[in-house]
Design a protein around this ligand. Structure first.
Ligand code: NAD
Length: 449
C-alpha cells in the first residue's frame, strides 16, 4: 500500500510506516492541483495543515483509505465526504494536548507576573519593582469553554494551583474530577480567567464578541490557544481598552491563514492587531501551543499507532495473558505539612527527599532500572478525587493500553482519560472500595536524564 506524506513530520512516522510494510512517498512542495493528478495512486495521506482536503480532492483520491492528520483536529478536511467514501480519518490530539496545556499555563503566568515587561525593562537599564508587582492564580476561577482533549489537559495541569476550574461544553456530562461542568451563565458569573478550547465550528465562530464579553460579571483575562476565529479581535481590543478584559494571552489570531503559516504576508493587518502588538496587557505567540519537541514525536507516533491499529489489529486473545501490575510505582498520601514531614523522614529514616517526595531506585527481574515514588501531598489536594481517602497507590504496569482494554471489558471504572509524558503513560481507575488507583507504564530512564 502506498502513502503520500504532504508535510514534513518527525522521521519516526515514516520509519514506523515503512516497518509496517507501507511504501511512503514525500511531496512537500507540489501545488494542490499537481497532487490531485497523482493522488489516485495512493491508499493513504499524511497531512498537517498544508491545504484543505475538500470534495474535489477526495473525488480524485479514488483509492484513498485513510487520512492521518498530524495535529489535533480534522477541520481542514471535508469530513462528511470522506466518511461517505469510507475513508478512515485519524487525528492525534493525544500528541499535543499536554503541550497546549503547558503553553496556556505558561502564557498566563508570564502575563500575571509581567515577566515580559520586566525582562525588557531590565535589559534597558530600568529596575522597577512596584511597577512589576504581579498577581496570583491562587483562589481564582478559571472558566474553560470546550472540555475535550485540550480543555481536560489544561484543567489537569491547573491542579495544584488551588484554583476553581469550571467548564462549559455543548456536550453534556463531560465534567470530571478536575473540573465542574456548568451552564454558560454560571461560567460567565464566576470566571476570572477564560480559556477557549473549542474547535472551529458555526457556534464557536466569533463566539467571543462584545455581547458575549459583556455577559461576564467580573473583568477577566482571556486565553486563546484554540482557533483565532473564535474571537472578534476588534471587540477584544475594545474590552481591553475599557478594562472589561484585563489581559489576553493569544497563541492564535483571527488573521491567520488556514495553513497557520506566513502570517506577515498579509500587509493589511487591521488596527486591532496594532493595538495588540503595542499593549502590555497582551501576550502573543505564533500558533505554537501544541508545537514542542515532545509533541513533534508524540503526534507522529500517535498517527503511526492509529494506522497500525487499523491494518494490524492486536489479536483479542493478546489481552488474555498480559502481565497486569508488575510492581508498586508510588505511595501518595495527604499530609498536614508535607515540608515538615519530608524533613522528618530525611532526618530519621534517611529519605533522599526533593520537591516531590523521595524516589527509590531498584532493578526489576530483567535487571532494568526501576523506580518507586513516595510523596506526601497537601491535605487539600484534589488529586485523589473522586476518592475521599487520604491516600492513593500507583501501580506499575507492563502495557497500559492493553490493560485498559481488558479493564473496560471487565466493567472497571476508569477515571478521566489516559495521559502520556516522557516518563510514561498514566491512567486512573477506582477499586470496589472507592480507592483511586493510578496505573503507570513507566519510562524510568526519563528521570535520570
Ligand atoms: N494552538 C495550538 O497549537 C493547538 C494545538 C492543538 C489544538 N488546538 C485547538 O484547540 C481546540 C480544541 O481541540 P481539542 O482537541 O480539545 O478538541 P476536542 O474536539 O477534543 O474538544 C472540543 C470540545 O469543545 C466542545 N465544543 C464544540 N463547540 C463548542 C461550543 N461552541 N461551545 C462549547 N463547547 C463546544 C465539544 O463538545 C468538545 O467537547 C481546537 O480548536 C484545536 O484546533 C490548538
Amino acid at each position: 500500500m502506498k502513502i503520500l506524506q504532504l508535510d514534513s513530520n518527525h522521521p519516526v512516522l515514516k520509519e514506523r510506516l515503512i516497518q509496517l510494510g507501507f511504501k511512503v512517498d514525500d511531496d512537500f512542495t507540489s501545488s494542490k492541483n499537481e497532487i490531485e493528478k497523482i493522488i489516485g495512486n495512493y491508499d493513504g495521506i499524511i497531512i498537517r495543515s498544508r491545504f484543505k482536503i475538500d470534495r474535489v480532492f477526495l473525488e480524485k483520491a479514488i483509492n484513498l483509505k485513510f487520512i492521518g492528520r498530524v495535529g489535533a483536529g480534522l477541520e481542514n478536511i471535508d469530513v462528511e465526504t470522506a466518511q461517505q467514501k469510507g475513508i478512515h480519518l485519524l487525528a492525534a490530539p493525544e500528541g499535543n494536548r499536554n503541550a497546549v496545556s503547558e503553553h496556556a499555563l505558561g502564557m498566563l503566568l508570564v502575563l500575571f507576573n509581567k515577566l515580559k515587561k520586566a525582562d525588557l525593562e531590565i535589559r534597558n537599564g530600568n529596575w522597577l519593582r512596584e511597577d512589576n508587582r504581579g498577581i496570583e492564580l491562587d483562589g481564582k476561577t478559571v472558566g474553560l469553554i470546550g472540555y475535550g482533549n485540550m480543555g481536560t489537559a489544561f484543567a489537569k495541569k491547573l491542579q495544584g494551583f488551588e484554583v476553581n476550574v469550571l467548564c462549559y461544553d455543548i456536550k453534556e456530562g463531560v465534567g470530571n474530577e478536575h473540573c465542574k461542568q456548568v451552564s454558560l451563565d454560571e461560567l460567565q458569573e464566576n470566571t476570572d480567567v477564560l480559556s477557549i478550547h473549542t474547535p472551529q465550528n458555526e457556534l464557536s465562530y466569533k463566539m467571543v464578541n462584545k455581547t458575549f464579553i459583556n455577559r461576564f460579571k467580573k473583568p477577566f483575562y482571556l486565553i486563546n490557544t484554540a482557533r483565532g476565529s473564535a474571537v472578534e479581535t476588534a471587540d477584544l481590543v475594545e474590552a481591553l481598552k475599557s478594562g472589561k478584559i484585563l489581559g489576553a494571552c493569544l497563541d492564535v489570531l483571527e488573521y491567520e491563514k488556514s495553513s497557520f503559516e506566513n502570517f506577515f504576508d498579509n500587509n493589511n493587518l487591521p488596527e486591532a492587531f496594532q493595538y495588540l502588538i503595542n499593549s502590555d496587557k497582551v501576550l502573543l505567540s505564533p500558533h505554537v501551543a501544541g508545537w514542542t519537541v515532545e509533541s513533534h514525536i508524540k503526534l507522529a507516533t500517535t498517527i503511526a499507532d492509529k494506522i497500525e491499529a487499523i491494518y494490524f489489529p492486536k489479536e483479542s486473545n493478546q489481552t488474555e495473558d498480559i502481565k497486569r501490575v508488575t510492581g508498586i510505582g508510588g505511595l501518595f498520601f495527604k499530609s498536614k505539612d508535607p515540608k515538615k514531614l519530608k524533613a522528618w523522614y530525611q532526618k530519621h529514616l534517611g529519605f533522599n527527599t526533593d520537591d516531590y517526595g523521595c524516589t527509590f531506585w531498584w532493578k526489576d527481574n530483567n535487571h532494568q532500572i526501576s523506580s518507586t515514588q513516595w510523596s506526601p501531598f497537601e491535605a487539600k489536594t484534589t488529586y485523589f478525587n473522586p476518592s475521599p481517602k487520604d491516600f492513593m497507590f500507583n501501580y506499575r504496569v507492563d502495557n497500559l493500553d492493553l490493560l485498559l482494554t481488558k479493564l473496560k471489558e471487565e466493567g472497571v471504572t476508569i477515571v478521566g482519560e489516559p495521559e502520556s509524558y516522557n516518563y510514561g503513560k498514566f491512567a486512573w481507575i477506582m477499586d470496589i472500595e472507592g480507592n483511586k488507583i493510578e496505573l503507570w507504564e513507566p519510562i524510568d530512564r526519563a528521570f535520570l536524564t
